[in-house]
Design a protein around this ligand. Structure first.
Ligand code: MLC
Ligand code: AMP
Length: 509
């Protein structure tokens, strides 16, 4: 069997000088390529010693650290399935993910061990380890007793590498299953398309400031650097001042639009700070034309905007090389090599150039389905094998795609997805609430934020601030609507459906 393990491909690209720095943290620590190889070998050996079946899920909710990256690499090496979870998730959300993924191993911060281990053991998880962002925890203690060498387990391309939870339109999250083949093909395409420079061409250096529990920070950014043997400057969290301080040492930066908005607010952002930069990439949410233009004016660099999803990894990109065409603000560029993208009308007919319709895609990065949800998977694919993205847009004669909206009821806030149906479910269950509608409105910092519009049961009095406080105790902080208003009734159309477009207009300021 030809080995298609993603780790083998990443490792094969490590530079010949394994002692050189692979990851430098913002606290000044340097991890060499050899450190990544040996530490991931130790953790992989430890995972294998647990006698888990191939494909066992390793669910991870930890703060960003290089050790968390090592755990991801170890999971790949051991042919187990990595299930990263946002650190903002609270107990009810975690109970759902653990119940759905049924992980054999859960790794959490020491701070959360008490409640999370109880929850995991109850759901049948056999092992719960801790991993903190200061290189402590039972995971590393255990792994330190294992050998520093490890034979990567060979896998076929369709073997699962990760399950990424994306919220569902009906409220419950769905786990998108991504294979080694999905992730490797996308990493290789982006390596070429974005012109990553190997060490012999001066070498790219990636400034990594995104969280590592979603596709953008974990796959696009990390795979990009590793498969090119490029060093990463690692920021534990996004702090514009720290990023500005590191920019002169970097050549590539990836961010969601909010990161660019916040950097633009820094007086210290100027052409001198970005003098060594080669490429600024934006994605995960729409980049406003205003941000694109201001960035060009202030820095002299044209942001490259790309488009992707948890279910598909990256789908389209503006060109990197000028000979491939200009980077057009407001567009997400052209389909990447290997991606077939089409725009369909409401009756399922192919639309002409420029017409707005549903975006559907096919390609090597498109996932293997939703974990244990065959009906949902079937619903999201067309009979001829295209995935329905839920995004709405058009494509021009030169092949540039523009996203104009979404058919899915989704708010993207600072690059995180918030599904109104989930929040409405929680609000509707509160005492005195008759019904609610959560809508997204424009926001200068997060791009879009949620507003909750609520009606009371007859005779009940609601306290909008109290509703938000209650929600905060139950849900991840980024899901909490930024405002709550109580109204006598929600606007409805003739079919009785709540007219969210009217609410969006009414509350947009
Ligand atoms: C934090 N808050 C948010 C928020 N992030 N609210 C809405 N949307 C968000 N994204 C809350 C906080 O809980 C806090 O509330 C208040 O807003 C202000 O917080 P902050 O200190 O300003 O937030 P900060 O910690 O700085 O985080 C902002 C951020 C972060 C932009 C750095 O959200 C972030 O890292 N976003 C990147 C998300 C990402 O990587 N997405 C990729 C998905 S992959 P309170 O009440 O507690 O004070 C994908 C596919 C693809 O989409 O194509 O890439
Ligand atoms: P996620 O489920 O977190 O992977 O989010 C995927 C969604 O993010 C896509 O379906 C799009 O709606 C959105 N998205 C990603 N990149 C862009 C972009 N460059 N412009 C607009 N929307 C984007």
């Amino acid at each position: 069997m030809k080995n298609a393990n993603l780790y083998s491909a990443l490792c094969a690209a490590f530079p010949s000088n394994l002692g050189s720095c692979a990851v430098e943290t913002d606290s000044g620590l340097c991890y060499s390529w050899q450190d990544l190889e040996e530490a991931s070998a130790m953790v992989a050996n430890m995972l294998e010693s647990l006698d888990l079946p191939i494909g066992a899920r390793i669910a991870v909710q930890v703060e960003k650290s290089v050790e968390a990256l090592i755990l991801y690499l170890a999971t790949l090496r051991a042919a187990m399935v990595y299930v990263p979870l946002n650190t903002a998730y609270q107990s009810a959300e975690m109970a759902y993910f653990i119940g759905n993924a049924t992980p054999a191993v859960v790794v959490c911060t020491g701070r959360n061990f008490g409640w999370l281990s109880k929850l995991a053991f109850k759901a049948g998880t056999g092992h719960v380890f801790t991993l903190n962002d200061d290189r402590t925890g039972s995971l590393l203690d255990r792994a330190s007793q294992f050998p520093r060498s490890h034979a990567v387990r060979p896998v076929l391309p369709d073997a699962l590498a990760a399950i990424i939870y994306t919220s569902g339109t009906t409220g419950r999250s769905k786990g998108a299953m991504l294979s080694h083949g999905n992730l490797l093909s996308n990493a290789l395409v982006l390596k070429d398309y974005w012109g990553w420079r190997g060490a012999e061409e001066g070498g790219d250096v990636l400034l990594h400031a995104l969280p590592i529990f979603h596709v953008h920070g974990l796959f696009v950014a990390i795979h990009g650097a590793l498969i090119n043997g490029s060093k990463m400057l690692w920021c534990a969290r996004f702090d514009p001042q720290v990023v500005l301080g590191q920019l002169p040492r970097a050549t590539v930066f990836m961010g969601v639009p909010t990161l660019y908005v916040r950097l633009l607010a820094e007086p210290g952002l100027n052409q001198s700070v970005v003098r060594n930069m080669r490429l600024f990439i934006s994605g995960s949410a729409p980049l406003l034309l205003e941000t694109f233009t201001q960035w060009e004016k202030r820095t002299g660099h044209t942001i490259l905007e790309r488009y992707g999803m948890s279910e598909t990894v990256m789908l389209t990109s503006n060109p990197c090389r000028s000979e491939d065409g200009p980077r057009l603000g407001g567009t997400v560029g052209q389909p990447l090599p290997g991606v077939q993208l089409r725009i369909l009308g409401e009756a399922g007919q192919a639309l002409p150039v420029g017409a707005i319709g549903a975006i559907q895609v096919k390609g090597p990065g498109v996932f293997c389905g939703y974990w244990q949800m065959p009906e949902k998977t079937a619903e999201e694919f067309t009979p001829d094998g295209y995935f329905k993205t839920g995004d709405v847009g058009h494509i021009d004669a030169a092949g540039y795609v523009t996203i104009v909206g979404r058919s899915k009821d989704l708010i993207i806030s600072g690059g995180y997805n918030v599904y109104p149906a989930e929040i409405e479910g929680y609000i509707n269950a509160l005492p005195g609430v008759a019904e609610s509608a959560v809508v997204g409105v424009p926001d200068a910092d997060f791009g879009e934020v949620g507003i909750a519009v609520v009606t009371a049961k007859s005779g009940a009095t609601l306290d909008p601030a109290g509703i938000l406080v209650t929600l905060k105790a139950m849900l991840a902080n980024f899901k909490i609507p930024k405002r709550c208003v109580v109204v006598p009734e929600l606007p409805r159309n003739a079919m009785g459906k709540v007219q969210k477009n009217l609410l969006r207009q009414q509350y947009q300021n």
